[in-house]
Design a protein. Structure first.
Lengths: 390, 390
C-alpha cells in the first residue's frame, strides 16, 4: 500500500507546530462534538472486575437495542440473524468483503472514495474498480451505463458511502433504485456504508439501502457509532443484512476474531438512548458550520464548493494545479495570525491516477468560535476533555 | 470455514441448562480471575466527553509502558518502531500474516494448534501446513527434519504458540534455537504467539522469541492483555518486531482500520502497573488447579494427562474413540449431582484429519471451591461481577 497523501503531510504539520503555528485539523473526520450524556454517564458508571469476551456477534442486549433503533427508520431486523456487532465500521467492511467475494474478485466504487476502502480491499485481496463522479453535479451517482461498462464476470459487488465521505453527497431514492435494478440484473451485492446516516441537512431524508424493496438477498449495510455519537475510539460498528447465508459466513469470520470490544459495546448501548434533542442540536451545529464554509469558500475567486447534503465533508475545487503541494504549502509556508489549516489533498480519494489534483477535502468538524476546544452539548455539566485518549 | 467441534456442542450445552443441569465451561479460555486492582480502578475512574481515535499504532504512552514491561524480561524495544497496539492478539496475528505473506503462501504450524489460526489463515488467504506433535512426549516441538520436509518455495513462516494453547507445552531455549537456525537457513519468519507468557509453573522460565539472538529480521511476537490481566473483552493485543520493513507494512494495515479501542488501551495501560504479588497469586492459583486436574485425571484408568508447563490448558488422552461424541454425551446424557462439564474435542485442534479423536482439551480456568463465581484477588474490596458484559 502506498502512503496516503494525508500521511505524507504529517511531518509538515509537526514542523509547523514546532514553529509555534497553530494547525487546525480539517483533514480528518474526528468530530469535536461531545458524546450524548447517556454515553458520558455510562463511561463514568462502568464497574467491572473481569472484562469478558462478548458474544462474537456482539452482546445480545446491544443487538436488540440496535434493532429498535432501526425500527424507527422503518427497518425491521432480527437481532439473532441480521445484525453483527463489529470492531468499528472498518471491520464491518473487511468482513463484508471477505464474506461475499473471493480473492481476485472486483468491486465497483464511485470515486472520489473513502481512501481506506483501498486498504480494506488489499487486506481482503479484492480489486477496486473506480467509477468517477464529478464535482460539476455535486458528485451525484454516475449513470448506470457507466457502471455496466465496468462489469465483468469477476464483479461481485458495488460499494457506496451514503451520505458520502469524502463528498458529502446524499444519494436519492431514484439513484438507489437504479443501483437496485442493476444489482438484481447482474446478481451483485450492494454494500452501503451508512455511518453518516444521521447527518443530513436542508430537510432532506436519508434513504437506507435497507429501505429499498427487493434487495433482501443483495443489500449489505455498514454502520458505526463512531461519528453518530462522537465515539470513534469505541471501535463499535455494525454489519447488517437480511441475507442469512451471507451473515453465517460473516459470523464465522467474527468468531475467528473472538469478539468486538466489551467496554465500547456497553457505552454504545447506552448512547442509543440519546434523544432527538441531541441529534437536532448536533445537526444544527453541523449545518451552521457547513453553511459558513460553503458561503465563504464560494466567495473566493476561482473556488467552487458544492453544497453537501449530508455527513460533514466537502470536496472543494481550488484554483490550483497540485493539491498535494498546496496542502504542504499551507503547513510549510502559510500562516495567518500564527494559524493555519491542514486539509486533505483530494488525490488520495481518487483511484484513477491524475484526478483530483485541483480539489481538497475539508471536514467541518471544528466549531466556529473556539475551534481548539471540545464542542459542549450540555453546557455546565462537563469539564472538557480529560485528554486521556491521547 | 467449517463449524468448529466446540460450536457444534453449543446447542447441547443449552439443552442441558434448560433441563436444570449446571454446565461448567472448561471448554473455553475465559479466566474467572479478577483483573488487577489497577485495571478495576482505571475502569471506575474513566471520565471522557469524546472517545477519540487513538494513534493507529496505539497510544504513545501505552507503547512506552509496554516497552518498560518488556525491559523487565531483558527485551529492549523502541516504542516508535517495534510495537504496534492491535485489537486483541487476534488482529495482531491477522496483520502479521498479511504483512509477511502473499496470498497462497504457506505457514508451518505445530498441531494440535489454536483452532482460530485456521480462521486467521483463511482471512489472510494463506495456507496452514500442520506438523504433528505427540502427547507421549508432552507435545514437545517436532524434530527439525520433520519441519524441513514441509518446506516448499511457498513457505514463508513458522507459527508457534508458547506456552502453547491447547497443549500447555512450554518451549525450551534449545527448541527455540533449533527453530532459529531453521528460519535463518530458509529465510523464514517465525511468529511466536506469547499471550500466555506470564503463566509458567514449576520454577520454569518463559523464553521469548525476542530473547533469541540472531532473529532481528525474522522474529515476530504476538502478545495480548486478554489472559494476562483477565481482560479478554478489552481487545487489546500487541504486535512486536525488530524488523522495521515488516513493521511499516503492518502499520499500513493498522492505519486502514484506523485505531485499536481507546477505552481498552486506557485500562490496559493501568493494568501494566500490577505488581509481582498479583502474578504470584494468579500463578499459585493456576498451579494448584493444574496439579489437582492432572493428579485426578491420571488416577482414572486409561486416562493420560501430561503435566503442562504453562498457560492454563491441557490436552488429555481418554479411553474413548470419538471425542466429539463423548463431549456431546457429557452434555446430553451425563450428570453428577445435577452438574456436568463442557470440554473441547481435540479434533478441533488438529488440521490433519483423523487425529485427536481420543483427546480433549481442558481449560483449568475455574476455581476449585466455587467454580461458579469470580475468583477474587483482593478479598473484601469488590462486589463481584456486575454481569454487564453479557
Amino acid at each position: 500500500m502506498p502512503a496516503s497523501p494525508i500521511r505524507k503531510l504529517v511531518p509538515y504539520a509537526e514542523q509547523a507546530k514546532k514553529k509555534g503555528i497553530k494547525v487546525y485539523h480539517l483533514n480528518i473526520g474526528q468530530p469535536d462534538i461531545e458524546m450524548p450524556k447517556e454515553a458520558i454517564e455510562a463511561i463514568q458508571n462502568l464497574n467491572l472486575n473481569i472484562l469478558e469476551y462478548s458474544h462474537s456477534a456482539g452482546n445480545e442486549s446491544y443487538r436488540k437495542k440496535l434493532a429498535e433503533y432501526y425500527q424507527d427508520y422503518g427497518i425491521q431486523l432480527d437481532p439473532a440473524y441480521n445484525i453483527l456487532v463489529t470492531t468499528g465500521g472498518s471491520e464491518a467492511i473487511t468482513i463484508a468483503l471477505m464474506s461475499c467475494m473471493d480473492p481476485g474478485d472486483e468491486i465497483i466504487v464511485p470515486e472520489p472514495l473513502y481512501a481506506n476502502y483501498n486498504g480494506f480491499a488489499i487486506a481482503s485481496d479484492v480489486i477496486v474498480k473506480p467509477i468517477t463522479s464529478g464535482i460539476e453535479n455535486g458528485f451525484a451517482l454516475p449513470g448506470i451505463v457507466a457502471f455496466e461498462k465496468l462489469i465483468t464476470p469477476k464483479t461481485k459487488a458495488i460499494l457506496i458511502c451514503n451520505p458520502n465521505n469524502p463528498t458529502g453527497y446524499l444519494y436519492s431514492k431514484t439513484e438507489l433504485e437504479a443501483l437496485r435494478d442493476l444489482a438484481l440484473k447482474h446478481d451483485l451485492f450492494i454494500i452501503a456504508d451508512e455511518v453518516y446516516r444521521d447527518f443530513v441537512y436542508d430537510g432532506k431524508e436519508h434513504i437506507s439501502l435497507l429501505n429499498i424493496a427487493g434487495l433482501e438477498k443483495h443489500a449489505i449495510v455498514i454502520d458505526s457509532v463512531s461519528k453518530r455519537f462522537s465515539m470513534c475510539g469505541a471501535r463499535i460498528g455494525t454489519l447488517i443484512s437480511y441475507n442469512k447465508e451471507f451473515m453465517l459466513i460473516a459470523l464465522k469470520f467474527a468468531q475467528a476474531r473472538l469478539s468486538p470490544p466489551s467496554l465500547g459495546q456497553l457505552v454504545a448501548e447506552s448512547a442509543l438512548r440519546a434523544d432527538d434533542a441531541y441529534f437536532n442540536e448536533v445537526n444544527r451545529e453541523y449545518l451552521s458550520r457547513r453553511n459558513l464554509m460553503v458561503a465563504l469558500l464560494n466567495q473566493i475567486d476561482g473556488v467552487y464548493c458544492p453544497t453537501p447534503g449530508g455527513a460533514f465533508y466537502t470536496i472543494a475545487r481550488l484554483p490550483i494545479d497540485d493539491c498535494d503541494k498546496f496542502c504542504q504549502w499551507l503547513l510549510e509556508s502559510f500562516s495567518y495570525h500564527n494559524e493555519t489549516v491542514m486539509l486533505a489533498p483530494a488525490t488520495g480519494f481518487y483511484s484513477t491516477k491524475g484526478l483530483g489534483k485541483n480539489e481538497v477535502r475539508i471536514a467541518y468538524v471544528l466549531n466556529q468560535t473556539d475551534p481548539d476546544s471540545c464542542y459542549k452539548m450540555h453546557s455546565g455539566s462537563l469539564e472538557g476533555l480529560s485528554g486521556k485518549t491521547n
